[in-house]
Write a protein that binds this ligand. Structure first.
Ligand SMILES: NC(=O)c1ccc[n+]([C@@H]2O[C@H](COP(=O)([O-])OP(=O)(O)OC[C@H]3O[C@@H](n4cnc5c(N)ncnc54)[C@H](OP(=O)(O)O)[C@@H]3O)[C@@H](O)[C@H]2O)c1
Length: 431
């Protein structure tokens, strides 16, 4: 007996939405063979009906209001690809789940801010909430963590979660150009949005880390619990000094469990140039997971773009059409704990410190004295340029020190009259 089609409504026909339509059209036979039934688009929705989206939409019903998708008779799943933590995306997600309709979304902002409430609602209504596409695009990291590594106590996750930042940092390193220059180029090539704030200030990576932490540690996604620093302050000189010291600069998302406390941060870090994570270049993403039995494992792939993201959305639809879904965060949502925040100040790390100072005798001695007073011990010092009329760069790497101690030391240095720029302090991570 032929099973009836799995009927979906798609809201949002931008990069990802149009990509999903393309995958469903191009691979319709293969998908039907794998699910045992076709996936049928019942209706689509976006703001501008007449816009050319590079796919044939004439064969589908069109609705102007995303909420109308939830009212279509026999609809099996609603696919939310509008974006944003509030507004139409949130309204649609809630309306679909309230009706007991499965929701598939790629919206990490929505999940980072409202993932807990949506998961509770989904479970109350017996509806599926699927979000494979929300983190690391084409890398099936949600399934990997929630199902593949379900036997493990996860100790840490660290990863490159934003392709735009990784592209910018890679280009800066390879060409020696400035952040602003490379960003402009990335926007022209479509690797960065017209408004790149969420990407370059680390917010997008933080949204994703929230979702991964929830899955890994059984905690509620809580955006406010993260320390977030972006890459807009990284200079071509930092990249060049890092190279000289044998490192690359990467924007990392890092979540660690230490004594049941969880620290979560997104920040640019130095990683050894010859390390596995140092080799992840351009728009690629990578996620490292450390479990008590699996050890350290790595998933790498394209983190964004129409193809990889649509591939992940359709993977969720295939699961649903096969009749398969599990709880959104792998455990009953009500059992997700409010995370106890670890104190980042207690973390012991090596650091890179870049000071731009007026070149005069005794500068280094003053800086060394401040470091000594705060229990910070230096590993290496680089000084470039000798010109009493121009500021010079001093770069220091530290031995492992408490973050709180070095932060206080840098605060004191920043107030010295010889300091010509805000000191740049970056963590050195050797995973
Ligand atoms: N782009 C990626 O590589 C990527 C990767 C992973 C996850 N995601 C996530 O996927 C989601 C979609 O991203 P995207 O890049 O495809 O965004 P996008 O290109 O900006 O597309 C957004 C779509 O939503 C539609 N829309 C906006 N407001 C609407 C409203 N009130 N009613 C109906 N439709 C509305 C827009 O309609 P019009 O076209 O008519 O303006 C557009 O088609 C976001 O949550 C994003 O974070 C994106």
């Amino acid at each position: 007996m032929v099973k009836k089609p799995f009927r979906i409504g798609i809201a949002g026909l931008g990069t990802v939405g149009a990509g999903v339509v393309r995958v469903l059209q191009s691979n319709a036979d293969l998908i039907a063979a794998r699910t045992g039934r076709p996936i049928e688009i019942a209706a689509v929705c976006a703001r501008e009906r007449t816009r050319d989206r590079g796919v044939d939409l004439s064969i589908y019903s069109w609705v102007d209001n995303p909420l109308a998708l939830t009212e279509i008779k026999d609809i099996d799943a609603v696919v939310e690809l509008i974006g944003g933590a509030e507004g139409p995306a949130r309204q649609l997600a809630e309306a679909a789940l309230k009706r007991g309709c499965a929701l598939v979304t790629a919206n990490k902002a929505l999940l980072a801010h409202h993932g807990y409430e949506l998961a509770v609602l989904a479970e109350q209504q017996g509806a599926a909430l699927m979000f494979e596409a929300a983190v690391a695009g084409g890398i099936p990291i949600i399934k990997y963590l929630r199902e593949g590594l379900a036997a493990n106590n996860i100790k840490a996750i660290h990863g490159i979660l934003n392709g735009t930042c990784n592209y910018i940092l890679t280009e800066m390193r390879e060409t020696g150009r400035s952040f602003a220059d490379v960003l402009k180029d990335a926007q022209k090539k479509g690797y960065a949005e017209a408004d790149p704030t969420f990407d370059i200030e680390g917010v997008d990576a933080a949204h994703k880390l929230c979702v991964l932490s929830a899955l890994a540690f059984g905690i509620r996604p809580d955006f406010e619990a993260l320390n977030v620093t972006g890459i807009s302050h990284i200079s071509a000189k930092d990249i060049s000094f890092a190279r000289e010291l044998g490192y690359k600069i990467k924007l990392l998302g890092i979540a660690r469990r230490i004594d049941e406390k969880i620290t979560q941060a997104v920040e640019p870090c130095l990683v050894p140039a010859d390390s596995t994570i140092g080799a992840i270049e351009g728009v690629f993403n990578a996620v490292f997971v450390e479990g008590d039995f699996v050890g350290s494992s790595l998933a790498e792939g394209r983190g964004a773009g129409a193809g990889p993201t649509a591939s992940a959305v359709v993977a969720d639809l295939i699961d649903l059409a096969r009749g398969f879904h599990i709880l959104p965060f792998g455990v009953p949502a009500r059992t997700l704990r409010q995370a106890v925040r670890g104190d980042a100040g207690d973390l012991l790390s090596r650091f890179y410190l870049h000071l731009v100072v007026k070149d005069r005798p005794g500068v280094l001695a003053d800086i060394a004295a401040i470091m000594r007073d705060h229990n910070v011990s230096m590993e290496a010092v680089l000084q470039r340029g000798r010109d009493p009329d121009k500021p010079v760069s001093i770069v220091i790497t530290s031995h492992p020190v408490r973050q709180a101690d070095i932060t206080r030391a840098v605060g004191q240095m920043a107030s010295l009259a010889i300091m010509k720029e805000k000191p740049r302090l970056l963590r050195i991570e050797r995973f």
